[in-house]
Write a protein that binds this ligand. Structure first.
Ligand SMILES: [Zn+2]
Length: 73
């Protein structure tokens, strides 16, 4: 069963969702395991599927693994 990576737009929690292709095609709207928000978007690799990035192509800065150590201060 494939897994899909999602991120919560409320609290930026990343989580994985198990779903069959069938379920995925119907459209799944997983709930954030942290804050139980339904405002979740799928992540494809390192690319966030979110519109509106004007400066740097929509890359979301943060404390992810690609941001390097110590970025949180
Ligand atoms: Zn959340």
């Amino acid at each position: 069963m494939p897994t899909y990576e999602y991120i919560c737009t409320e609290c930026q929690t990343k989580f994985e969702v198990f779903a069959t292709v069938n379920e995925k095609e119907k459209g799944i709207k997983p709930e954030c395991p942290n804050c139980h928000s339904k405002k979740t978007v799928q992540v494809f690799g390192n690319i966030l599927v979110m519109g509106g990035g004007s400066k740097n192509g929509g890359f979301v800065s943060g404390c992810g693994p690609s941001s390097g150590p110590g970025c949180c201060g």
